[in-house]
Write a protein that binds this ligand. Structure first.
Ligand code: PEP
Ligand code: MG
Length: 297
């Protein structure tokens, strides 16, 4: 089984009729980049940067973050790397953030915290910009609910860029994507598309907030396959495409093999998943033929 799957390691992910569906990795540390490559990742679609902040009393500074991000960029050797800015959800502990560290899922997290705490946001943006000089790096903003948040984040990013330049450091070209993981972002997808370079659907939080069901509590009403969630995914893909944006899925639902064909037919452009699912999913996609009719869902 291992051997059979390994033959898929260094290939692109393409259906029998020629549709590409790049499979990228979700990771949480600098070292995991190399591991993801070994598991056949065509890039990193979600670097959960909050893992650098957990279970410690002082936050990682710009240099420490730069070391982690550049490690991943080097491991990916020219393949895309998407770094998500800080997002400590209700399921994680980050004492270094102080009072704001133990956030509720409805609290000051993601982009809200970053905009409220420039002392945290700026060093992170500077580290991301510097790693962008070493390869194709994008940043991704979590928990976005409105266009002004993206505009404000871009403003601060540009300030950090000029600051680096005036200090003689080389910032890279860094594209700015947003996570679509709140119902507000789905409803405003057309407006948000004007501010963003790409969309990535965070189906874990999107399910939680759409169904009012705790993502950490098993056996409850939390169901990422709920028709409301699937319809929101479709709506987001259509809105993104209307504006020429690529739309990816980076929540756990992206690795559900029963939905792979549905996502392909919806037009989802790439999937970012836990590294261990990459080879099995590549094998599955390589055997699909979308030119065969199937009633749309
Ligand atoms: C998501 O919400 O689906 C997601 C990918 O982000 P996280 O699981 O880290 O909240
Ligand atoms: Mg999320």
């Amino acid at each position: 089984e291992r051997l059979r799957l390994n033959q898929w390691r260094d290939r692109d992910t393409v259906t029998l009729d020629g549709r590409e569906m790049p499979l990228l990795a979700n990771i949480g540390s600098g070292a995991e980049g190399e591991l993801a490559r070994q598991k056949g990742a065509q890039g990193v679609g979600l670097f959960r940067s909050e893992f650098l902040f957990l279970d410690r009393d002082t936050c990682p500074d710009e240099e420490e973050q730069f070391a982690a991000y550049s490690q991943v960029v080097r491991a990916m050797a020219g393949r895309p790397v998407v770094i998500r800015t800080l997002d400590v959800g209700g399921d994680k502990q980050a004492p270094c953030l102080g009072r704001e560290g133990d956030s509720s899922p409805l609290g000051c997290r993601g982009i809200r915290l970053s905009l409220a705490r420039p002392d945290l946001f700026r060093p992170q943006l500077r580290a991301i910009l510097r790693s962008g000089a070493l390869g194709p790096v994008s940043l991704m903003l979590p928990m976005v609910t409105a266009p002004w948040e993206v505009r404000k984040a871009r403003e601060i990013l540009e300030e950090c860029r000029s600051e680096l330049q005036s200090q003689g450091r080389e910032p890279g070209e860094v594209r700015v994507g947003i996570m679509v993981e709140t119902p507000a972002a789905v409803v405003l997808a057309d407006e948000l598309a004007l501010e963003a370079d790409f969309f990535s659907l965070g189906t874990n939080d999107l399910t939680q907030y759409t169904l009012a069901a705790d993502r950490c509590r098993a056996g409850g009403a939390y169901d990422p396959r709920h028709p409301a969630v699937l319809r929101m995914i479709r709506h987001t893909v259509e809105a993104g495409h209307r504006h020429g944006l690529r739309v990816s899925i980076c929540g756990d639902l992206g690795a559900d093999p029963d939905l792979t064909e549905t996502f392909l037919r919806m037009g989802v452009d790439s999937l970012s998943i836990s590294p261990e699912f990459i080879l099995p999913l590549r094998e599955l996609i390589s055997g699909l033929d979308l030119s065969e009719d199937r009633p749309a869902e």
